[in-house]
Design a protein around this ligand. Structure first.
Ligand SMILES: NC(=O)c1ccc[n+]([C@@H]2O[C@H](COP(=O)([O-])OP(=O)(O)OC[C@H]3O[C@@H](n4cnc5c(N)ncnc54)[C@H](O)[C@@H]3O)[C@@H](O)[C@H]2O)c1
Length: 371
């Protein structure tokens, strides 16, 4: 029997647009899904960009008008991979049209607008998913299971970092990522490590942050000699207290010379400890406190850690960054078809945004902020 299909409408054919399209193209060959995606329509900022994007990524139709995409009767899921300022208007229009909404992180540029999006989605009863793809790593889910089982005892500490070097050069230009309305390292990659901290440890109760701008000016566009002031953080360090009593720290840093994907953390408990870095995303380090066996043991990703087996029957062959998006999309499609739920949803992404804003507020006030 032929499976039902759902039309995908993708807004933005850049880095993440390609990643989403790849996931939608390959997911049905890897997962047994109740509904199969059809790459229906792609929108970008101009007719030419949209047409080129649709041709390259395999979409049936293209448009320069994302509102037309959102209204299109053949589009059932709207995937938003456009700059952050566009997330709210596109998502709100898609929710009003009754579509499932798959939005990239950060959910919006302010917690207030993230809350408006969350309220609208919950009132309309539509399925939502936000692209915190790193949470879909089987090793991260294993870590959460290990913590929940009590194997490392009561969690006492979390030390997390998302450090990359893509803005390390003073000549890395302005983009939507440096827009004072919602940009900065904390919003761009700090959102990932905050979502990770919440996923593994739980809600964050209090923060104290120090946000720093390393390069005071940047070129206004790639290769331009004109420079404009930078009004966002390049690097933030924050202390945390979790609701469950654990303490910790977070660093968000897009000027981390020599680092490409150091989304890493260490969790200490009363009996053992866990450690992970996305640069070695197929490994989880565990010390379960066995006397005489001090030191971390390396757990290798394999079919014992679902859904690794959907990709490969043998351990040690490794999943990659794009595979996390395929897992994310598989869960989205199942939830869209009414089979289970998917997450993090808009409500969770709003809570992440609240933490980010609390850190920014703490930096301005030079003190602790309670959430
Ligand atoms: N989950 C992750 O790991 C991850 C990684 C990178 C980026 N992101 C997020 O994805 C989003 C996009 O980032 P990116 O790196 O792909 O950026 P990008 O600049 O590579 O792509 C953005 C695309 O949006 C298009 N666009 C701009 N204005 C538009 C409009 N009015 N209508 C339609 N399209 C328009 C641009 O032309 C471009 O094709 C951001 O929100 C970012 O935070 C997430």
């Amino acid at each position: 029997m032929e499976k039902k299909t759902v039309g995908i409408g993708l807004v933005g054919a850049g880095f993440m647009g390609r990643c989403h399209a790849n996931a939608f193209r390959s997911v049905a060959g890897l997962f047994d899904l109740p509904v199969v995606p059809r790459l229906s329509m792609l929108a970008d900022a101009s007719d030419e960009l949209a047409r080129r994007g649709a041709d390259a990524l395999g979409f049936e139709r293209s448009t320069a008008d994302w509102q037309a995409l959102v209204r299109d009767a053949e589009v059932g899921i709207v995937a938003i991979t456009a700059p952050n300022l566009l997330h709210a208007p596109i998502a709100l229009a898609a929710i009003a049209a009754g579509k499932t909404v798959y939005c990239e992180k950060p959910l919006s540029t302010t917690a207030a607008s993230a809350l408006e999006m969350t309220g609208a989605a919950e009132a309309a009863g539509v399925t939502t998913l936000v692209g915190f793809n790193f949470l879909h790593n089987p090793m991260i889910r294993l870590a959460r299971d290990i913590i929940a089982s009590g194997e490392i005892g009561e969690v006492t500490g979390f030390r997390g970092r998302h450090a990359e070097n893509y803005m390390a050069s003073p000549d890395a230009p302005h983009s939507f990522r440096t827009d004072p309305a919602g940009g900065g390292a904390l919003a761009d990659i700090g959102s990932h490590i905050v979502s990770m901290a919440r996923f593994l440890i739980g809600p964050i109760a209090e923060v104290q942050a120090d946000c720093r701008t390393i390069h005071p000016t940047r070129p206004v566009a790639p290769g331009s000699a004109d420079r404009a002031p930078v009004e966002v953080d390049d690097m933030t360090h924050a202390l945390l207290r979790f609701e469950n009593g654990a303490a910790g720290s977070i660093e968000a840093n897009w000027a981390a010379t020599a680092r490409h994907m150091d989304l890493s953390w260490e969790i200490t408990g009363t009996k053992g400890a866990l450690a992970f870095s996305q640069e070695r995303m197929n490994e989880l380090l565990l010390w379960s406190g066995t006397p005489g066996r001090s030191g971390y043991t390396r757990i290798e990703a394999g079919p014992a850690h679902p859904p690794y087996g959907a990709f490969c029957p043998a351990p040690g062959h490794h999943l990659g960054f794009n595979d996390l998006k395929v897992i994310e999309v598989a869960e989205l499609l199942a939830a869209h078809a009414g089979q289970g739920s998917c997450g993090p949803d808009f409500r969770e992404a709003y809570d992440v945004q609240r933490v980010i804003e609390a850190m920014q507020e703490s930096d301005r006030a030079r003190g602790w902020v309670t959430l």
